[in-house]
Design a protein around this ligand. Sequence first.
Ligand SMILES: NC(=O)c1ccc[n+]([C@@H]2O[C@H](COP(=O)([O-])OP(=O)(O)OC[C@H]3O[C@@H](n4cnc5c(N)ncnc54)[C@H](OP(=O)(O)O)[C@@H]3O)[C@@H](O)[C@H]2O)c1
Length: 245
Amino acid sequence: MPLIGLGTWQATGEGAHRAVREALELGYRLVDTATMYGNEAEVGAAVRGSGLDRAEVFVTTKLRQNQAGREREVVRESLRLTGLDVLDLWLVHWPPGGLARPDTWERFVEAREQGLVRAIGVSNYSVAQIDELIAATGVAPAVNQVRWGPALHDADLLRAHAERGVVLEGYSPFKATDLDAAPLVEAAAAHGVSTRQVVVRWHLQHGVVVIPKSTDRERMAANLDVLGFELTGEQVAAIDALGAA
Ligand SMILES: NC(=O)c1ccc[n+]([C@@H]2O[C@H](COP(=O)([O-])OP(=O)(O)OC[C@H]3O[C@@H](n4cnc5c(N)ncnc54)[C@H](OP(=O)(O)O)[C@@H]3O)[C@@H](O)[C@H]2O)c1
């Protein structure tokens, strides 16, 4: 799974299609969509039209809470809308009705076994809810996608996911962040980059997948352009400390 991807919430219609097409041109190889976003068709069309080998692009979609109980129908609808033969990652978008729902998870395992999706995971699940799924089915989610950023940094939560072999994927990296926070401003100045680039780079250095959303070509390019610098241990520690503030 690529560590940086494109978020697509609130990108719709031709704007979503263009953004994903341009993101793939810029080098993005992970695209995050959901049935809730209403743009699976545009995302799929952009991936299919990109000229890239299908195996090079990682497409995530999600099952809405109120679609629990209709998993078999919903995954086929996501495949139909995207026009893809297989989805790379299928997530339970939120614990349905606040519950872990092992019955939904069993349908997810079934979809993977049938080859409709390559990997399955959850989103907005607590560690206790992940444990409930593991206890019921013996299958751990490959990924838990949660709101994440420096202010939400939690070393115990990172460790709990790592211990279970669950990849943490962060969403809303910018919206969840005070971009004027001193450790971000100082690191940005030291490396000659923006505070948003520091935030993306900080995720990578923790091995947390990050999916900033933009539909603007220059902003998408900037958000991906984080391989030319490395935060020092001190800078990472100072940013981590925002989570305890
Ligand atoms: N699983 C879940 O429950 C869940 C919940 C929320 C989000 N997500 C996923 O995570 C993705 C990212 O989260 P998000 O969309 O909530 O928020 P975000 O990525 O933190 O922020 C997106 C906002 O920042 C702006 N932006 C992006 N790059 C910028 C830059 N370089 N300079 C200035 N502004 C910039 C965007 O505007 P422009 O588009 O105009 O550039 C947009 O308004 C979503 O799109 C979605 O795929 C998942």
